[in-house]
Structures are given as C-alpha cells and as structure tokens.
Write a protein that binds this ligand. Sequence first.
Ligand code: HEC
Length: 166
Amino acid sequence: MRLMTRKNCLEKGFGAVFMAASLFLSGGAPARANPAPVPTLDRTQTAYLTHCGGCHGIEGISGPTFVPMLRDAVGTFACSEEGRKYLVQVPGVSMSLIRDDQELADVMNFVLFQLGGKSTPSSTKPYTTAEIHEWRQSPMSVTDFMERRAHILQNAVAACQARKPT
Ligand code: HEC
C-alpha cells in the first residue's frame, strides 16, 4: 500500500516530466514560456525519503500499520525532555544508516517541524548535533516497547498541557 503510494507518486512525477518534455519538443510556445515545475528535494528531504520514508511514508503518513504516524502527531513528544530523547533513541533513528550526526539532526528537525505540523509546540527547540550524538548511543531496546512508549507519551501530553498559556 505504502509502496503503491510511492509508485503512484513517482509515476506522476515521471508523467509530468514526460509531458513537459513532449511539449517542449513539439515546440509549443506555452511549454517554453511556462514549463511544468519539476519537484526537487533538498538533501534532508532526500535523506528522510531514502532512510525513513519506506516505513513512515514519504509524508510521514504510515497508514493503519504498527509504524507510528509522524504527520501531525510526533511533535507531542517534544513537550518533555524524556520524549525528545525517546524520539532519537527509537531503533529506526538511533541505528539509522545516516551516520552523520548533523545530517540526522537535520532529518529529525524536518520530522519535528515539517511532518510534526501543529503537534509540535511553537516553543520547541531544534535538535542539536550534540544531542543526537549523545542520545543515539543508547538505542531503545526493551521488550515492553509499546508500554514504555505509552508511558512517555502520557507524560509528554501532560507536559504539553502544562505549557499551554491559561
Ligand atoms: C524498517 C522500518 C523503519 C525505518 C526505516 C524507520 N522507522 Fe521509525 N519507526 C518504525 C517503527 C516500527 C517504529 C515504532 C518503534 C519500533 O518498534 O521500533 C518507529 C518509531 C519511530 C519514531 C517514534 C514515533 C512514535 O510515535 O513513537 C520516530 C520519531 C521515527 N520512528 C522516526 C524515524 C526516522 C526519522 C527514520 C529515518 C532516519 C526512521 N524512523 C526509520 C519503523 C521504521
């Protein structure tokens, strides 16, 4: 299902390129004056897409699977220090093949501030390279993962509520 979405997206992308190319080749004036924009991704988005998107979806929407939704959800964890740390310690992040800490910090900030959307409180500080470096060294490896996650999330939700101006 996720793969299909990605495939469709790629097909659409190629379709747009193909259309633009054929219009260009046919010499149509509108195609030259106003070529269809070809979407491009920056380095961080490409890293997310390659290393995370296969499981979490290219827009952070993983659908009804055991992979948690990032889109408009993940930011809640950022309300607590424990939650911030947790997001870096999950195996997919801490043990990511993105070995460069600065690059992983960029990807995690993309996850928090772009994918997290409104779930990320405005006072959230971006991850620093030093935080990523330190926290990824202790990957989460527990048998009661879902219980632990629920507990961290519960604390984070309470911390978010305490932060809200009254
Ligand atoms: C092989 C599939 C897979 C890949 C690749 C992967 N993840 Fe995950 N991710 C998961 C699963 C499954 C979980 C739930 C925790 C667990 O079981 O490890 C998770 C949990 C998370 C969480 C915690 C979210 C929550 O609500 O608890 C974050 C944040 C996250 N991943 C981000 C990333 C990022 C960023 C990358 C790329 C650097 C990545 N993941 C790569 C499958 C993956």
